[in-house]
Design a protein around this ligand. Structure first.
Ligand code: PTJ
Length: 249
């Protein structure tokens, strides 16, 4: 793997680091062809949000963690971009929750699945993370979806009651909600269909979300479910931040 040479003092260090991680992941065959386009859209929204975690995003992150902790069968779903940007942190969170990770990709090919499993297995062994990684041999389907994107595992996504699905497609988000699950998405675009469909939407960058969730766990700052949480209100708060940033130029 080629090394990353940007200086941490560079004002765009995090952005450069994320791009580097995705370039490397693409070379390893982990990503969908459109992964960098999706990332670019995310970057544009992140710029508008101020490239930092807003108070409402942190509130959604805490509520999401509380729901995952309270779930009977929680699961964390990983796609290509999420694996490259936050694979380590999300496996550590799954280890704490004692829940499986399911590699579940929209543009499914055997080559990509193998590359993603190779990458995750390496991190798992290097850091001695005790987590069950599903998704290699899906044995059922998400009702209402057609094609390879419907495939999932009975032991994982299918039977879950609470699911964290970062950077999810709108149709699949809708189908998971229709199955009666508590669906938690991470999406920098507060106007996306997934953002509007989900039970809890965290409008923040996936690596920041995963780090902050892991930090809550590691510092034992464990949240409880916020009964008053209103996803639409939380989304509106992100839209207001974007509108305010436009006005302040
Ligand atoms: O690995 P696969 O095959 O499952 O494919 C993954 C991608 C992301 C390519 C696929 O799901 C896709 O095409 O996604 P979309 O429909 O482009 O949606 C991605 C959403 O995630 C967009 O609304 C982006 O704003 C948002 N996004 C992109 N990068 C990030 C992000 N949100 C949070 N953190 C990011 N780093």
């Amino acid at each position: 793997m080629s090394s990353f040479s940007a200086d941490p003092s560079h004002p765009r260090y995090q952005s450069l680091l994320s791009r580097h991680r995705l370039e490397q992941a693409a070379k390893q065959g982990m990503l969908a062809d459109s992964a960098l386009i999706a990332h670019g859209r995310g970057e544009a929204y992140d710029y508008l949000i101020g490239e930092k975690t807003s108070p409402n995003a942190l509130e959604a992150t805490k509520n999401a963690l509380a729901h995952l902790m309270a779930g009977k069968n929680p699961v964390i779903s990983l796609n290509g971009n999420t694996t490259a940007l936050a694979g380590y942190e999300l496996m550590k969170i799954a280890e704490y929750l004692q829940c499986p990770i399911e590699v579940n990709i929209f543009y499914r090919t055997e080559q990509r699945i193998n590359a993603l499993f190779g990458y995750l297995d390496e991190i798992k062994q290097e850091h001695d993370i005790n987590v069950n990684i599903l998704g290699k041999n899906p044995d059922t389907k998400i009702p209402g979806l057609k094609g390879p994107r419907a495939k999932c595992c009975d032991e994982g996504i299918y039977s879950s009651d609470v699911i964290l699905v970062p950077l999810e497609d709108g149709d699949r988000c809708e189908a998971l909600v229709a199955m009666g699950k508590t669906v938690i998405v991470v999406d920098l675009n507060p106007l996306s269909r997934s953002a509007k469909m989900a039970s809890i939407t965290i409008v923040d960058e996936i690596s920041r979300v995963a780090k902050s969730m892991l930090n809550l766990i590691e510092t034992n700052d464990l949240p409880v479910i916020e009964i008053e949480f209103n996803n639409n209100k939380n989304l509106q708060a992100s839209v207001n931040i974007i509108a305010g940033n436009y006005r302040s130029v």
